[in-house]
Write a protein that binds this ligand. Structure first.
Ligand code: MG
Ligand code: ZN
Length: 172
């Protein structure tokens, strides 16, 4: 069993694109310091990115672009001294009834099936209520970037860097 940091993608790692989706490479703009933050996290935890991408089901987002962006992200983190990142994507429409779209916990469970997660020692960082709900369903410590919202996260912070400092404090 491994302690894991689950990270939402849009709004946590890269800038949120208004109400839309990352459909072209130029829309994928990393937030400050995230490569270093993920490198640090990956040296101490398993790092799993869990992301809803219903733009794929809507035909707006090219799944190959998603794979390419994720491969590049993983590569940059490794070049910064980090370990391998893992990615789990829900490509389904919100009305599909799938079990993986957050706030459901299917993406976290997929990671657990590949390698058992030590839920109690794990964290989830997200910027929406949906992320926090998914984390709560599995009993991980939830950290929200931005306002508290309605999902009642365990902690709120302003950035991934602050989440990293918090995780460092809580896990030492
Ligand atoms: Mg988000
Ligand atoms: Zn899904």
């Amino acid at each position: 069993m491994r302690a894991t940091v689950f990270l939402d993608r849009d709004g946590v790692i890269n800038r949120r694109v208004g109400p839309g989706y990352v459909n072209v490479r130029d829309d994928f703009v990393l937030l400050p310091g995230v490569i270093q933050d993920m490198a640090w996290m990956s040296q101490r935890f398993r790092v799993v990115i869990v992301t809803n991408q219903q733009g794929i089901a809507l035909g707006l987002t090219d799944p190959q672009l998603v794979r390419d962006l994720h491969a590049e992200l993983a590569d940059r983190v490794k070049r910064a001294g980090g370990h391998e990142l893992e990615f789990f994507v829900c490509p389904h429409h919100r009305d599909s009834g799938c079990s993986c779209r957050k706030p459901r916990a299917g993406l976290l469970e997929q990671a657990d099936q590949i390698e058992p997660v030590d839920w109690q020692s794990s964290f989830l960082v997200g910027d929406s209520d949906r992320d926090i709900e998914a984390g709560k369903r599995k009993g991980v410590t939830t950290i929200k970037i931005g306002p508290t919202g309605e999902a009642d996260p365990d902690y709120t912070v302003a950035s991934l860097q602050e989440a990293r400092s918090l995780i460092e404090r809580l896990s030492s």
